[in-house]
Design a protein around this ligand. Sequence first.
Ligand code: PLP
Length: 386
Amino acid sequence: MTFPIYLDYNATTPVDPRVLERMLPFFTRHYGNASSKGHAFGWAAAEGVKQAREEVAAAMGADPSEIVFTGGATESINLAIKGIAAAYRSKGRHIVTVQTEHSAVLEACKALEQDGWSITRLSVGADGLVRLEDIEAAITEETVLVSVMWANNETGVLQPITAIGEVVHRRGALFLTDATQAFGKIPISVDVVDVMACTAHKLYGPKGVGALYIRRRQPRVRVVPQIDGGGQEDGLRAGTLNTPGIVGFGSAAAVAMAGMEAEAARLGALRDVLESRLVEVLPGVRVNGAGAPRLAHVSNLTFPGVRSANLVAELRDLALSTGSACSSGTGNPSHVLKAMGLSDEAAYATLRISLGRFTTPEEVEHAASRMISVVSRLQKPSHVTI
Ligand code: PLP
């Protein structure tokens, strides 16, 4: 075992050696600009991008022409929300989303709100799930877009995307899903979505490259570009293509698809061992989102009477998160846990553990023992139930 043990795969993942292998020639040999049509350097780069586009599309059941490469999921989400808002503003100026979304969605919606749009932010149940009837009731004639994430980054809770897509389409709106944490982890398909965002660095690909799926047929979704320039990506995302990154994304998607089922089963078993050991030994431990379908590798745990920041500080041999990587610097209690009904105190007593491709049973065993010993020491007996 090497320390610290990495248990923060939802924040980001290491690049898989097989993915790196495929990327390397695109730094040093095939370094041409994928838009250079007049020589072999450009053709080699364009060929790498073409293959990657096919691989990413295949992993979500899309046509390669429906994939726009971006600089990550945050950019994909901004392009989707702001680009669709600009294209459909004459229909109405209303968007429906959910309180537990990633800040990329929430902040993009907030920016539109400041521009006069009306945003409905639906609540979730204690299990983290949004209710279909709430979505149905929120959609009006004016609703342009509904945005619901596939898998939550803090809890792993999986929203019923197929059922939501059916409701949204029946009511005549477009459906965006942020599939950043689901892509490459569970089977996903664009059958019921119109736009979908994802990113390479959550599935053992490089950082700084993402994709936006945009439906081309039935209906053809219109998106107004948010970056002006040389017209790359069918005019939707100007700027020289990040060829090595895109090749890495394609490779990461192909590798993930090949081993997905076995990997989910392996990680689900490890996660269950971890949770059952902690729940058995430590009084009052709560598994957030346990009542809902969840990603197999994620565990979101509340340890009553303990500040998770203290826990993380003591557990120097474990790389854990007190919340999502993007908001853990703010010091605010997690908006996801608050939306699920946790008190500030409970939210501050919560840790996220996310396992991944390189996690071993020994590492999980070590993590469980260390957490049990540190939590038992820190837990104040008067706080064991909340
Ligand atoms: N959406 C979700 C659910 C995420 O977990 C993340 C990353 O933390 C993002 C969006 C943003 O992705 P990126 O880092 O590629 O911008």
